[in-house]
Design a protein around this ligand. Sequence first.
Ligand SMILES: *[C@@H]1O[C@H](CO)[C@@H](O)[C@H](O)[C@H]1NC(C)=O
Ligand SMILES: *[C@@H]1O[C@H](CO)[C@@H](O)[C@H](O)[C@H]1NC(C)=O
Ligand SMILES: *[C@@H]1O[C@H](CO)[C@@H](O)[C@H](O)[C@H]1NC(C)=O
Ligand SMILES: *[C@@H]1O[C@H](CO)[C@@H](O)[C@H](O)[C@H]1NC(C)=O
Ligand SMILES: *[C@@H]1O[C@H](CO)[C@@H](O)[C@H](O)[C@H]1NC(C)=O
Ligand SMILES: *[C@@H]1O[C@H](CO)[C@@H](O)[C@H](O)[C@H]1NC(C)=O
Ligand SMILES: *[C@@H]1O[C@H](CO)[C@@H](O)[C@H](O)[C@H]1NC(C)=O
Length: 478
Amino acid sequence: MSSSSLVLIRVFFLFLCVSFLLVQGRLHSTYTELNNLHAISRISLPPSPAPEAVSPSYNTDSLSKVTVLNVRTFGAVGDGVSDETQAFKMAWDTACQVEEQAIILVPRSYSFMVQSTIFTGPCKSSNLTFQPFLSGVWFDRNEKIDGTLMPPDGPDSWPRNNSRRQWLVFYRINGMALLGGGLIDGRGEMWWDLPCKPHKGINGTTAPGPCDSPVAIRFFMSSNLTVKGLRVKNSPQFHFRFDGCQNVHIESLWIKSPAQSPNTDGIHIENTNNVGIYNSLISNGDDCISIGAGCYNVDIKNVTCGPSHGISIGSLGMHNSRACVSNIRVSDSIIKNSDNGVRIKTWQGGSGAVSRVTFHNIHMDSVRNPIIVDQYYCFTKSCPNQTSAVYVSDIFYSNIKGTYDIRSPAMHFACSDSIPCTNLTLSEVELLPAKGEYMSNPICWNAYGTMQTLTIPPAFCLLDGIPQMVQESDVGQC
Ligand SMILES: *[C@@H]1O[C@H](CO)[C@@H](O)[C@H](O)[C@H]1NC(C)=O
Ligand SMILES: *[C@@H]1O[C@H](CO)[C@@H](O)[C@H](O)[C@H]1NC(C)=O
Ligand SMILES: *[C@@H]1O[C@H](CO)[C@@H](O)[C@H](O)[C@H]1NC(C)=O
Ligand SMILES: *[C@@H]1O[C@H](CO)[C@@H](O)[C@H](O)[C@H]1NC(C)=O
Ligand SMILES: *[C@@H]1O[C@H](CO)[C@@H](O)[C@H](O)[C@H]1NC(C)=O
Ligand SMILES: *[C@@H]1O[C@H](CO)[C@@H](O)[C@H](O)[C@H]1NC(C)=O
Ligand SMILES: *[C@@H]1O[C@H](CO)[C@@H](O)[C@H](O)[C@H]1NC(C)=O
């Protein structure tokens, strides 16, 4: 991450922290005051509220003006059955017109059913806070559920004219936080069981045909975003997707769906840069975090994944596409009971490069492919061999320790036939069988790199030096 962008993020985040503490009740009198304001404005409301009438504002030393918009004052009922889409849209449109700081409040102790909605900017303020549930302590699994935000229940309840690819979308927003301790329930169960999903057709087949399922929360072409403290479960598809975004700070998320739920990536980013993902717990049926084409400057720290398919860069290069990913750092994290640990996956036939990636201080617990580069990624196992590939270089694996599932080798570097991987560095990598005996040696194919320290098991299969063809050609230009 460049130092200037870090500063930008910090400056922005500091401000959000202030507003967050404020609404969390650390400034207790202010918090009460806010609640009273709601109560008063709610009682005094006409049945069809005029937006101006429901904008309580007040002054403090730290904030010149905060407008709090409670979705219930816009007509949301909160019984978990009523369709609250219009109320949420009205609250959004009103917040979007506020010039200073606006908070959309989704209060606790209610459940809200909202249909697929695009919350569109640009908004006047770059200080918008969408706050589901002003409540509780994050990650406290014993707390009673305070409130829930959810979509219609399954494909049959999804309105025909709504997109089946996304549920809540934030589009063209600059400066927004999504915060709070509430629960977002994607109600994915019936989507996962559609006959078009893997092995869900008749007699365990996979039926052909379109199989769109909604991403729970998508940020699209937006910047200066904070997502913090939310609990999100059972998304029909990815839980979070960021595409075309800049300056994204993600912290203290709890994401959960079953290990067998198809395509339920925890956080997916693509064409997105300057991203921090911190202090989060993710268990799901696909990649814990996936990093797609066009991402650079991504910092992932203190994330616990599992069960999951691990932290993945890719898949890249599908349909002969070009992909550039660089400057990715994953550190101080745990991956457990997962199909993969840290993975780079590319399709044959792509172009571009993955470079400057560091995996540092990762604890593996019963992981099937703890360290893997797969440049032959393919859904069907029958993809034809092609001569171009996304070039993989400058990948640093350091202090990766723990146990692996011996059904697969601990390290697997399957690089492209035509374009080798170069400068793979292994340092303090120690992986022991979780159960049973050490079976197969690390696998390398066309993989150049070094062991800075002797790894366990030893990766003697890495090739020395830098191959001539990479030095001479212009592969991997990004
Ligand atoms: C948010 O609003 C405050 C004033 O309320 C302002 O000082 C600050 O610059 C704004 N932050 C951003 C990111 O625009
Ligand atoms: C879908 O149809 C309903 C009822 O006809 C309408 O109220 C709603 O605005 C439509 N939604 C979209 C996204 O077009
Ligand atoms: C499903 O399997 C059963 C038992 O093997 C068989 O009788 C039946 O014809 C199969 N159905 C289809 C649609 O293949
Ligand atoms: C993000 O916020 C910073 C600081 O408030 C601002 O300078 C920058 O222009 C914003 N980014 C975009 C893409 O608007
Ligand atoms: C790491 O994240 C967990 C939540 O998953 C949190 O409880 C813990 O305090 C974090 N550790 C550090 C050092 O920030
Ligand atoms: C593709 O190349 C790999 C590695 O050389 C080889 O094992 C595999 O059989 C080839 N596949 C096809 C379909 O030619
Ligand atoms: C190899 O990669 C490391 C990062 O892992 C980088 O610091 C170093 O400069 C690279 N070496 C070469 C020769 O490019």
